[in-house]
Design a protein around this ligand. Structure first.
Ligand SMILES: Nc1nc2c(ncn2[C@@H]2O[C@H](COP(=O)(O)OP(=O)(O)OP(=O)(O)O)[C@@H](O)[C@H]2O)c(=O)[nH]1
Length: 219
């Protein structure tokens, strides 16, 4: 039987809560956008297969919760990632300042030399901009990584991100380090050894429900 893909590439998105990680993944995987805020609980993933230079590349993109209380769960997934995308919101200065902390978290938890990419999301909201492009350019240069301003809403630069080397590094194809034989199933990919149902929609709840949970008295 023909192989469904030639190479599997696992990516992780990290960044503060609300910067638009889930929306970017939905735009990336389904070319869609929804204004409703569904805060990620723990971790979720989406899959997309793309043809690049005649090879079928299966991208497995993992969405992490930005909320601090999920950090123990989410950092456990850093180790297996081949690329990590750091996201901040151009209208939220704090989310940009926190990129330094996310970088530190990568250093502490990810494999050495993991590919990184910096995204300043929500660039459709120019009137509310708080983070200048030059600031992020400088930060990206200091860390030796690529940087894009994106909009999950308008699709701005989404295609460019899809085709950056950090998204599908050719080194992985050459070494065959993520070929189907190396990762025969999804459970092998998960550092927690967790079996996924395969829908890509695991654990998402609406923000009001989270708030209700947080407000509920502890027994
Ligand atoms: N204007 C605009 N709004 C966006 C964009 N991307 C996301 N949003 C909005 O920002 C809010 C948060 O988006 P999410 O994708 O859920 O954020 P997240 O980073 O996944 O948040 P957590 O799951 O809590 O970590 C939602 O209301 C989205 O509609 C964008 O590019 N432009």
């Amino acid at each position: 039987m023909a192989k469904a893909y030639d190479h599997l590439f696992k990516l992780l998105l990290i960044g503060d809560s609300g910067v638009g990680k889930t929306c970017l993944i939905i735009r990336f995987a389904e070319d869609n956008f929804n204004n409703t805020y569904i805060s990620t609980i723990g971790i979720d993933f989406k899959i997309r297969t793309v043809d690049i230079e005649g090879k079928k590349i299966k991208l497995q993109v993992w969405d992490t919760a930005g909320q601090e209380r999920f950090k123990t769960i989410t950092t456990a997934y850093y180790r297996g990632a081949m690329g990590i995308i750091l996201v901040y919101d151009i209208t939220d200065e704090k989310s940009f300042e926190n990129i330094q902390n996310w970088m530190k978290s990568i250093k502490e938890n990810a494999s050495a030399g993991v590919e990184r990419l910096l995204l300043g999301n929500k660039c459709d909201m120019e009137a509310k901009r708080k983070v200048q492009k030059e600031q992020a350019d400088k930060l990206a240069r200091e860390h030796g990584i690529r940087f894009f301003e994106t909009s999950a809403k308008s699709s701005m630069n989404v295609d460019e991100v899809r085709h950056t080397p950090s998204f599908t590094p050719k080194e992985y194809w050459k070494t065959d380090s993520c070929s189907p034989s190396t990762y025969p199933d999804q459970s092998r990919l998960s550092p927690l050894g967790f079996q996924f149902p395969g829908t890509g929609h695991l654990t998402q709840v609406r923000r009001p429900e989270i708030e209700k949970q947080q407000q509920a008295p502890q027994h």
